[in-house]
Write a protein that binds this ligand. Structure first.
Ligand SMILES: [Zn+2]
Length: 148
C-alpha cells in the first residue's frame, strides 16, 4: 500500500494568480500613498520617452491610476485620455485573463481587438505629441498644468 501524497498547497496557476494579485495590490497601495505627479516620487522611467523624448501611449498611466484612485477624473483626463477611455476594456481583458488562468486555460485577446488597440495606441501617441495638444499631464506641484 502506498502512502497518500499531500496535495501541493498551491497549484502553479494559483501561484501565478496570487502573484499577479499581490503585485496589483502592492501597486494600488503604492499609488494610494505616493503621488507620481511629484518629481521626487519614485516611478519607473519610460524607455520610449528616454530614447525619443516623446510620450508613449502609456505615459501618464501611473498618474492616471493615482488620480482615479483619489477620485480626480478631471486630472485623469489630462494624464492619459487613451488609457482612461480604454481602461474598462483593458480591465475586462484582464479579468478574462485571470478567469482563464484560474481554469488552467490560455487567454487570447481576439486578433481584431489587438490590432484595433495597437493602431489606436499609435494614433494616440502621434496626436498627444503634437505641439499644441492641450491635454498634457500635470507635473510638479499639484494644480499646476505645465506644457513642457
Ligand atoms: Zn511612456
Amino acid at each position: 500500500m502506498t502512502e497518500p501524497v499531500a496535495a501541493p498547497l498551491m497549484l502553479g496557476r494559483d501561484r501565478a494568480l496570487f502573484g499577479e494579485a499581490a503585485l496589483a495590490a502592492t501597486g494600488l497601495v503604492y499609488l494610494l500613498t505616493v503621488d507620481p505627479h511629484d518629481p521626487r516620487a519614485w516611478a519607473p522611467s519610460c524607455p520610449v520617452k528616454a530614447v525619443t523624448r516623446l510620450d508613449c501611449p502609456a505615459c501618464g498611466g501611473l498618474r492616471l491610476a493615482h488620480d482615479l484612485l483619489h477620485g480626480d477624473v478631471h486630472a485623469a483626463v489630462y494624464d492619459n485620455l487613451f488609457l482612461l477611455v480604454t481602461s474598462p476594456l483593458l480591465a475586462y481583458q484582464l479579468s478574462c485573463h485571470w478567469r482563464a488562468l484560474r481554469a488552467g486555460e490560455a487567454h487570447r485577446v481576439p486578433p481584431a481587438l489587438a490590432y484595433a488597440l495597437a493602431g489606436t495606441a499609435l494614433a494616440w501617441m502621434a496626436v498627444r505629441n503634437l505641439p499644441r495638444w492641450p491635454l498634457k499631464p500635470r507635473r510638479g506641484a499639484p494644480g499646476l498644468f505645465l506644457t513642457a
